[in-house]
Design a protein around this ligand. Structure first.
Ligand code: SF4
Ligand code: SF4
Length: 289
């Protein structure tokens, strides 16, 4: 199947609970009821069934839950099932890596991947690295991410030095304070993550072509589809048989002023991020060759 037939889908169901308590996050230490989790699992299974029926597409899926989903059996089973579908080239999930990892043995690890984030206020470096070593033993694909606070630079460098060689550590730039990085600091972070500079910018996007809404889209638990997570206008519903007609025939102009998140700007053709990440674009693994 050619990549022109490819759909990259970001799925975010109703689940919003998390076992961590990051003080910058609205989902910290929240709990979903058993009924809410059952509803989330039902929505997820419906989505997986739909993906399995898209035989004429090559599909990549990134689960971008509001909270922590990889600790739930429903997501573990969904990822395992999706990884074995012939029309799925990649299935990944954003996770804090706090949960058990045995379920990955049920996945096709050529296709399943983890987008892990290290939250230093919630776990120790030692515990996080033990989880990474477990992933290495399993042969799992994963990246590790952190926020690029300048006072954390030495700790970030240390984390990188402890990861298996070849493990990509990405750094999200702190963008809430303008001109946060002093001269030389961007270069210092770039030595750890060669792609850091791209993330320091909220890329001007208004009127510029974007593949979101063309070959990439976001889906919620009801099947409602959006161009991306950042434009809250429903473009159609994937469970409607005519859904594919709701996507644009080519990259179309963005209606937002700018795009500052990796999961958004990777769809801007002008940034050519697919040339950097290849088939690991969706799950953010950089494999410099
Ligand atoms: S691990 Fe993620 S979802 Fe959970 S509290 Fe921290 S930032 Fe929020
Ligand atoms: S540039 Fe960003 S905000 Fe605009 S459509 Fe693309 S992903 Fe969405």
């Amino acid at each position: 199947m050619s990549s022109s037939n490819r759909w990259n889908i970001l799925y975010r169901g109703p689940l919003s609970s998390c076992n961590y308590g990051c003080d910058y996050c609205p989902f910290a230490k929240t709990r979903n009821t058993a009924k809410e989790l059952a509803k989330d699992a039902q929505s997820l299974n419906r989505f997986v069934d739909w993906v399995s029926a898209q035989n004429n597409r090559e599909i990549g899926i990134l689960f971008t839950p509001w909270g922590e989903a990889a600790i739930h059996k429903s997501y573990q089973e969904a990822i395992a099932r999706l990884s074995h579908l012939s029309n799925v080239y990649r299935v990944a999930i954003q996770t804090n890596l706090s949960g058990k990892l045995h379920w990955l043995k049920n996945c096709d690890l050529r296709k399943a991947a983890l987008w892990t984030t290290y939250h230093p206020t919630q776990t120790s470096e030692k515990k996080f690295l033990q989880q990474c070593q477990h992933l290495d033993k399993l042969g799992a694909r994963y990246s590790v991410g952190v926020v690029g606070f300048t006072h954390e630079l030495d700790k970030i460098k240390h984390l990188k030095s402890q990861l298996a060689s070849g493990t990509y550590l990405w750094i999200n730039a702190y963008k809430d304070i303008a001109n946060y990085y002093a001269p030389g600091e961007i270069e210092a972070f770039e030595k750890v993550d060669p792609n850091f500079r791209t993330n320091t910018i909220r890329h001007p996007s208004l009127g510029k072509p974007c593949r979101a809404g063309h070959s990439s889209f976001s889906v919620d638990g009801e099947g409602n589809a959006y161009r991306c997570h950042f434009i809250k206008k429903v473009i159609g519903n994937i469970y409607n048989p005519s859904f594919s007609g709701k996507l644009s025939n080519s990259p179309s102009p963005c209606t937002n002023e700018n795009c500052g998140c990796y999961i958004g700007y990777i769809h801007m053709p002008a940034l050519a991020q697919e040339k950097v990440y290849g088939d690991d674009l969706l799950n953010r693994i950089h494999n410099p060759s």
